[in-house]
Ligand binder design. Sequence first.
Ligand SMILES: NC(=O)c1ccc[n+]([C@@H]2O[C@H](COP(=O)([O-])OP(=O)(O)OC[C@H]3O[C@@H](n4cnc5c(N)ncnc54)[C@H](OP(=O)(O)O)[C@@H]3O)[C@@H](O)[C@H]2O)c1
Length: 352
Amino acid sequence: MTTANSTDTVKTIAIYGATGITGGSLLTELNRRGITPILVGRNADRMHAAAAAVGLPAAEVRVADLGEHDALVAAFTGADAVISSLPAYVDHGEAVLAAAIDAGAHYTDLSGEQLFLKRVFDDYAARAVRAGVTAVPGITNSNLPGDLLGYLTSRRLTGPVEITMSLVGTKEGNGSKGSAQTVLAGLDWFRSGGWHFQDGGLQTGGTARRGEMTFPGATEPTIVSKFPQPPVLTIPRHSDVSYVEGVLETAFHSQLSGLSAEIVESLPNEPTPGLSYDFVVDAFGADGRAVRGVVSGPDSYVDSALMAVEAAVRLADGAAEAGVLTAAEAFDAEGFLDALAPFGITWTIDER
Ligand SMILES: NC(=O)c1ccc[n+]([C@@H]2O[C@H](COP(=O)([O-])OP(=O)(O)OC[C@H]3O[C@@H](n4cnc5c(N)ncnc54)[C@H](OP(=O)(O)O)[C@@H]3O)[C@@H](O)[C@H]2O)c1
């Protein structure tokens, strides 16, 4: 057990996937906060090396494969919270979630897949309630800003509100191989644009209602296409919305749609450093007013890890109710976003 500097309470946090790119950022941030995590994964040597690389040579390592439920439960037992950092959650994600719940540990992850998120909400909520566990899946630099800004912007308007949101890369570069594997595992879904929310439910098909967006700092609009953003599922759980869609610059969407196993194999493991971004949420009230919320940050990958650690530390406090929750249901939205300011992650909401 170690003491977290931020809140002065004793916490134990376990990470599954600590040997990956994001795992390194998770370990670095936990170490900075004075938390020595338990590393759980399939290879002890790689986990010891990952811990040592960030100055945590004494961190405990526990070996458990994704196929070994009992070993995973044993590995997570005693942890206050688990962070799962795996590629392709649609294929690999459920084992860690199920074991964390059965071990009585709160849970968060960096999934970015609508299909995984829906499965977590539909299939694990009752199990989490029974175990007294809070699970908040999908904490990344897209999903967290999307959900929290969806919550905050919709409360500044008369509902029901319509929302269009997009991630905007503000530096050229490539993502990690892990992210590319995630897109490849759900390629048809990413190509199709996935779900948008309309008429009280999730809908497939169709094109973006707002086919262009003028991004922060731009004078001309950018053509965008429907894209499967996870906050399409989470925002309607807490806000009075009639329509929610994710979009992405069409040129970038076409590039992602062309991914193949050969391309993914040829990619470097590491993403381009300093992939800065804006996450933009445009909300339109029933009374004709509109507001724009923006979260901006210096590095998509590092920032996603910082957000996941902030979520895990808050979950480890045990203050949120049991069940599968969205970020806005589990955390104070403004307080969470403000806590990211020391890392250069800023947020604004302005009338348009
Ligand atoms: N903005 C975003 O949306 C965003 C940002 C950051 C990260 N992410 C997401 O975070 C996830 C991790 O990304 P990453 O780039 O850090 O990936 P990565 O570098 O490939 O790391 C993957 C981790 O998962 C483990 N792993 C992979 N397959 C496994 C298996 N079959 N059994 C057990 N362990 C397995 C690896 O352990 P081994 O050492 O044993 O191989 C490694 O620790 C991805 O889903 C990515 O999309 C999203």
